[in-house]
Design a protein around this ligand. Structure first.
Ligand code: MG
Length: 412
C-alpha cells in the first residue's frame, strides 16, 4: 500500500477544524484532525511530498521522517506538530482499516468501553467562533437574519460582571441535566481583571468575583459534579496562590494553567503552595514537553492535546510516563467529532485516563459532521467506543462543505 495524496479542508466550527485526508493506492483513506494554527494548510501541503509513495502503515517511521524534515526550519516543537498530529491520526486510521481493527486495539486494547467527557462551559455564556488568532467572527451556523456583534472574548466590557455568577450557575445546571459529571469554567472573564491588563496582577475584587462565580456553580450543582477552572496562563504566582486559597473550599477537580507556561519554576511554586491539583499540558509538545513536569510532580494532572502534541504514539509515551508517576491524564480537546474520537481511542487505551474535554456544545452541527456512529455522540456525558476498523467514522462531506472556511481548499 502506498500513499497517493494528502488533502485538506477547514470547517468553521467554534474554531477552525482542520482536516487531513490521506489517500492510498489501495482505496483506503485515512482521516485526521489538526489543532488550528495560522498557516496550517500551507504547512500540511508542504509535507505532502514527504509522504507520497510511502507505506502509510509505517506510522512511527513516517512520524520520524516528518520530524527530521521539519527540524531544519527550527521546528523542535510548536505548530508544525499541529500539522504532524493530524497526519499521524490519519495514518493510524489507515492502519486500523487495513487490519480491520479499531485504533484503540492497535494501542494495546481498551481499559474501558466508554470514555467520560467533561463539558467546557467557558465563561458561562456560549463561546462563539474564533479564528486562528482568537479574533471573534460571525459563527458559520448563525442564520443570515440574525445579528452578530464581534467582541474580544477575553476583554468584553459589554457584559455586566454582576450577572455572571447567575449565568455560571445556569450553565452548570444545564450541563448537569444533559448528563455531564464534570465541568470546566474560565476564571479570566469580565469582572476579574486587575488594574493593568499586562502585569498579571489581580485585586481583592478580582478574587472575590472568582469566588462568587465558582460559588454559584457549586450552589447550582452541588459537590457531586466535578468542577475544574481554567486561567489561560494569565496570572502571577503570588496572585494565583491567593485565588487558589480562596477557591479551596470548593474542592475543585483542578486549576488549569495558572501561570505562563514558559517557567517550570513558576508552576512549581504554585503547585507547592496550593491544595488544588494543578493541570497543564495543552501548549506542550512531544514527550520532552512533559518529561520534567511529570518526573518532578510539578503537575497534578496532565492535559496533552492529541491534535497538537505530536500524535498518538507521543501521547502514549506521555501517558505511560505519567502513569509511572501516578499522574492522571485529562486530554485537552477543542475538536470536531473527528479529533474527539481520535482522542477517545487514546483515552480508552491508557490506564490513567481521567476525563476528556468537549468544547462545542454550542455548535449545532457538531454531531452531523461524521457518519458511522450513533447520535448524539456524547450520551450522559460519555462516548461509547465502537468496535469498527480505524477511527470508526467518516466525515460527512455535505455538512463539512456547508460550513467550510471560504478561501481554503476543500479536499482539492
Ligand atoms: Mg485550557
Amino acid at each position: 500500500m502506498k500513499i497517493s495524496g494528502l488533502k485538506t479542508a477547514v470547517v468553521e466550527g467554534n474554531f477552525d477544524w482542520t482536516f487531513v485526508r490521506i489517500e492510498t493506492d489501495g482505496g483506503i483513506c485515512g482521516l485526521g484532525e489538526c489543532f488550528f494554527a495560522p498557516g496550517l494548510t500551507a504547512m500540511l501541503r508542504s509535507l505532502e511530498p514527504l509522504l507520497i509513495g510511502e507505506d502509510p502503515r509505517d506510522v512511527n517511521r513516517l512520524f520520524r521522517k516528518l520530524q527530521l524534515a521539519t527540524s531544519g526550519a527550527g521546528s523542535v516543537a510548536g505548530i508544525i506538530y499541529n500539522a504532524i498530529s493530524g497526519i499521524d491520526a490519519a495514518l493510524w486510521d489507515i492502519l486500523g482499516q487495513s487490519l480491520g481493527v479499531p485504533i484503540y486495539r492497535l494501542l494495546g486494547g481498551r481499559y474501558r468501553d466508554s470514555v467520560r467527557i467533561y463539558a467546557d462551559c467557558h465563561g458561562g455564556e456560549a463561546l462563539e467562533s474564533l479564528d486562528g488568532v482568537l479574533r471573534s467572527r460571525r459563527p458559520s451556523w448563525l442564520p443570515d437574519n440574525e445579528a452578530h456583534a464581534a467582541k474580544d472574548y477575553y476583554a468584553s466590557h459589554e457584559e455586566d460582571p454582576a450577572e455572571l455568577p447567575e449565568k455560571y450557575g445556569k450553565r452548570a445546571l444545564a450541563m448537569k441535566k444533559l448528563g455531564f459529571t464534570a465541568l470546566k469554567f474560565d476564571l479570566d472573564v469580565p469582572g476579574t481583571e486587575g488594574f493593568d491588563p499586562y502585569n498579571r496582577c489581580l485585586t481583592n475584587r478580582s478574587v472575590d468575583h472568582m469566588v462568587a462565580l465558582i460559588g454559584a456553580v457549586r450552589d447550582a450543582v452541588g459537590y457531586e459534579i466535578d468542577v475544574a477552572v481554567d486561567c489561560h496562563w494569565r496570572y502571577s504566582v503570588s496572585d494565583i496562590i491567593k485565588v487558589a486559597h480562596a477557591l479551596e473550599p470548593f474542592r475543585l477537580l483542578w486549576l488549569e494553567d495558572p501561570v505562563p507556561p514558559e517557567s517550570v519554576e513558576a508552576l512549581s511554586a504554585v503547585t507547592s503552595k496550593v491544595r488544588i491539583p494543578i493541570a497543564t499540558g495543552e501548549n506542550l509538545f512531544l514527550f520532552q514537553g512533559f518529561q520534567e513536569i511529570l518526573r518532578t510532580h510539578v503537575v497534578g494532572i496532565a492535559t496533552p492535546d492529541l491534535q497538537k502534541v505530536g500524535g498518538l504514539s507521543i501521547a502514549m509515551q506521555i501517558a505511560q510516563f505519567a502513569d509511572i508517576n501516578t499522574i492522571p491524564i485529562a486530554p485537552h480537546n477543542i475538536s470536531s467529532p473527528v479529533g474527539t474520537l481520535t482522542s477517545a481511542h487514546f483515552c480508552a487505551a491508557i490506564p490513567n485516563f481521567l476525563v476528556l474535554e468537549f468544547h462545542a456544545s454550542d455548535v449545532p452541527f457538531w454531531n452531523d459532521l461524521v457518519d458511522g456512529i450513533p447520535k448524539p455522540i456524547i450520551q450522559n456525558g460519555m462516548i461509547q467506543l465502537l468496535d469498527k476498523p480505524g477511527l470508526g467514522v467518516t466525515l460527512n462531506e455535505e455538512v463539512a462543505r456547508k460550513y467550510a472556511r471560504k478561501g481554503e481548499p476543500f479536499f482539492e
